[in-house]
Design a protein around this ligand. Structure first.
Ligand code: GLC
Length: 442
């Protein structure tokens, strides 16, 4: 009897917790290995090329004028197959599309509310379904962005920065009506598209209690235990979602994703030409990889459904690089501290291959690695195969200090963007952390 009580009180919770953790890491596995995703912001804001939803919320334009863009959102050259091909070509393993932004405009034909591509835009058709269909026929995982705030909806609290419709405390029934509408829309999306990832946004406007975040999460997980949630559901997300600002230090959490604009805007803005170059995008990507995260890079199609040419070029350039360096990208984990190598790095799953990323042409073509206790069985240029010569300095027989390794990269193997060097180690990486030995023995 006592034994049974002990089992129930002390051992069982541990077992259950362990099981839950295992289920969680199984669920997160594809996400962690994916490394690159393409974000798509497509909505009526692309017509005038003004900021998505915020332009009326911040009162740069009236809501009425903002909505006039519905008449220009024609999707007449929309070819979702081309989108999916391009996304795959970039090397991305998942995509997240704005099913509905804060302005309340839905890309799919919804039974709930009437602000959607089919009913209210000149496109007069469901624009989400054909995209999802193509995604499902590809190897990409599907993420649906859904804005919790819906600034155009009559029962939502906020309208613009200076106009609030009501406070929840004053009219809880009205808020309930809003939540009901939201849940109906989300369940509709779930049923129609069965996404792999819910990418919520705008949670700052209410607390998790008001949003009913936990209930919502449970509801969306029902019969869909595989589904992953980003962090913007107020407290109950599965991974962190920093936006634009790449963390300077490695985030402590195992799962995270940096969402990033390709220029300075989320939606298509004709006048925003501050595009990042392919090299700058790869800079961000490599930095993210070395910190163990994913990059969710945004593109912004035009109102006719075409992807701006410079965005297409960036994705293609990125694709050339990811294709060549796949082994150093997918399913890798964060690399080693900068004390050991003055640059970004990643490790394979087993931690016995170390990938060193080289941005610039190194002086004398040499890069330097310090304090790795393993034997390097093989060193080569990723995507090329050329063997790298190494020279070990400062290694003496009378202490365990592993010395300094100089790796010489042949000039003709330097990549246009980043060269990657793979070091196959004799076992999982061992970083030398001891103080260097005494000199008395000399
Ligand atoms: C923000 C903005 C939004 C954008 C999103 C992308 O929260 O409100 O306009 O869609 O971030 O991460």
């Amino acid at each position: 009897m006592i034994y049974r009580c002990f089992l129930i009180l002390f051992i069982l919770p541990f077992l259950l917790f362990g099981q839950e953790r295992e289920e969680f890491s199984n669920k997160m596995e594809w996400f962690q290995g994916a490394k690159l995703g393409i974000f798509i912001h497509w909505g009526i804001y692309s017509v005038d090329g003004i900021s998505e939803s915020w332009s009326f919320f911040n009162e740069y334009i009236s809501h009425e004028d903002y909505m006039k863009q519905l008449d220009g959102f024609n999707a007449k050259n929309y070819n979702p197959k081309d989108w999916v091909n391009l996304i795959e070509e970039s090397g991305a393993k998942y995509t997240v599309i704005t099913s509905k932004h804060h302005d309340g405009f839905a890309l799919w034909k919804s039974k709930y509310g009437n602000l959607n591509a089919y009913e209210s835009s000149i496109a007069k058709r469901d624009l989400l379904s054909p995209f999802v269909k193509e995604v499902k026929q590809s190897n990409l995982k599907l993420g649906l962005y859904y804005s919790l705030p819906d600034w155009s909806y009559k029962d939502y609290t906020h309208f613009t920065t200076n106009t609030k419709r009501y406070n929840i405390e004053d009219d809880p029934k009205r808020w309930k009506r809003f939540l009901n509408y939201r849940d109906n829309q989300l369940n509709e999306l779930k049923k129609k598209y069965n996404p792999d990832l819910w990418w919520f946004d705008g949670d700052w406007e209410h607390n998790s209690n008001e949003w009913k975040s936990l209930e919502l999460k449970k509801d969306l997980q029902n019969n869909a235990s595989h589904v992953i949630f980003n962090s913007r559901i107020n407290k109950y997300g599965d991974y962190e979602t920093p936006e634009i600002g790449i963390p300077v230090y490695r985030p402590s959490s195992k799962y995270w994703e940096l969402c990033m604009t390709i220029n300075d805007s989320w939606g298509y803005q004709e006048n925003d030409n501050n595009y990042k170059t392919p090299l700058q995008i790869i800079d961000l990507f490599v930095d993210t990889l070395s910190k163990g995260g994913n990059l969710l890079l945004n593109i912004s199609p035009k109102p006719d459904g075409t992807i701006p040419e410079n965005q297409e070029n960036i994705l293609k350039e990125l694709g050339k690089w990811t294709k060549k360096h796949q082994s150093a990208i997918y399913s890798t984990q964060k690399g080693i501290p900068y004390e050991h190598y003055y640059g970004p790095s990643t490790l394979n799953k087993e931690k016995n291959i170390l990938y060193l990323y080289v941005r610039d042409n190194p002086k004398n073509n040499e890069i330097i690695l310090k304090g790795i206790s393993n034997k390097i069985n093989r060193a080569y240029v990723v995507g090329n195969g050329t063997i790298i010569n190494k020279q070990i300095l400062c290694k003496v027989y009378w202490n365990k200090y592993p010395g300094i390794t100089y790796l010489k990269i042949p000039e003709n193997t330097l990549d246009e963007y980043y060269t990657v060097i793979a070091l196959v180690l004799d076992g999982p990486i061992k970083l030398f952390k001891e103080k260097t030995g005494a000199v008395e023995l000399n």
